[in-house]
Design a protein around this ligand. Structure first.
Ligand code: AMP
Ligand code: FE
Ligand code: FE
Ligand code: ZN
Length: 287
């Protein structure tokens, strides 16, 4: 028996991944994973389809990746909070997620209007159709830029001339302290996703992470493709100082990114800590 392989961060077509929830769990089994988490942006819409398709031998952790913002500096810094095993019916959290999904649509349409004002041929209805009812995001706009022949890859579409800077607009995210409190109140376990990923934009100071730990944050994602080895070490040291658990995960997005499922994994002891802290829903193992 090989070591338990646990990947706690993956996206489906319920947000900006390219595999359906059913395809995602099958791909996770094919990749030799024992545990996979479905963590779509600001939605739990993929949970049931993933559960229904769960292959034998795979355990599913139901989660989401919440779009948050820290208002301690001006302009506020966007950040991502992974939330595991929370009650998907908790009314305040449900309302906040619906509000953020609406903000995603509103902001996506504004980005498209900015592009069109510069004579760039992209169509909002096409982009929404591309998201197929899932949480719409810049990766869907990136696909429109590729279809229009303006860029060759998603990575290029996230460059400074495009969605990374020039055509980047903020959306109305959840205040990060409120998000931590809501996730905890829903019985969930909040873990800060890729906290040092400076290549994506501004990052928050360690002092904020300490304050979040005091407010109920449970863990930090250390092993992630957007972290350099030095950044991973830094996150691990900080987690040890603050008594937080550490995770590693692929942040798989299908063909919207090059990373493979299971490219980074989480230590079983950290996973067990997450399960022990959770009180919303449980991991589900297929027979
Ligand atoms: P949004 O949620 O609309 O702000 O878009 C952010 C999403 O875009 C992230 O969740 C990633 O899936 C993706 N993303 C961010 N930066 C990059 C990048 N440099 N290359 C490819 N995808 C990226
Ligand atoms: Fe994403
Ligand atoms: Fe993220
Ligand atoms: Zn993600």
């Amino acid at each position: 028996m090989s070591a338990t392989r646990i990947d706690l961060h993956a996206h489906s077509t319920a947000s900006d991944g390219t595999l359906s929830p059913a395809q995602l769990v099958r791909a996770a089994a094919d990749a030799g994973l024992d545990v996979v988490a479905i963590t779509d942006h600001d939605t739990t819409a993929g949970w049931d389809a993933a559960l229904d398709a769960l292959p034998p031998g795979l355990t599913l952790v139901r989660g989401a990746e919440l779009s948050c913002r820290w208002h301690g500096v001006e302009p506020a810094i966007p950040l991502h909070l992974l939330a595991y095993l929370f009650d998907p019916a908790e009314p305040e959290l449900v309302a906040e997620l619906a509000r953020v999904r609406a903000a995603r649509e509103e902001r996506g349409e504004r980005i498209v209007r900015l592009l069109q004002a510069d004579g760039i041929d992209v169509d909002w209805a096409d982009i929404l159709a591309g998201a197929a009812g899932g949480s719409v995001g810049r990766p869907h706009i990136a696909q429109a830029l590729i279809r229009a022949g303006l860029v060759a890859t998603t990575t290029e579409a996230f460059g400074p001339d495009w969605l990374g800077e020039r055509y980047r607009l903020p959306k109305e995210d959840i205040d990060v302290f409120r998000a931590v409190a809501l996730v905890r109140a829903a019985g969930g376990v909040p873990v800060f996703a890729h906290p040092r990923a400076s290549r994506r934009g501004r990052i928050v100071p360690d002092e904020l992470i300490a304050a979040l730990a005091a407010a109920g944050l449970a863990g930090l994602e250390a092993d992630h493709e957007d972290h350099s080895p030095a950044e991973r070490d830094h996150v691990r040291r900080l987690a040890a100082e603050l008594g937080l658990l550490v995770t590693g995960s692929s942040d798989f997005h299908g063909t919207h990114k090059t990373v493979r499922l299971g490219a980074f994994t989480t230590d079983p002891a950290a996973y067990e800590r997450i399960v022990a802290l959770a009180g919303g829903v449980t991991p589900v193992a297929s027979g």
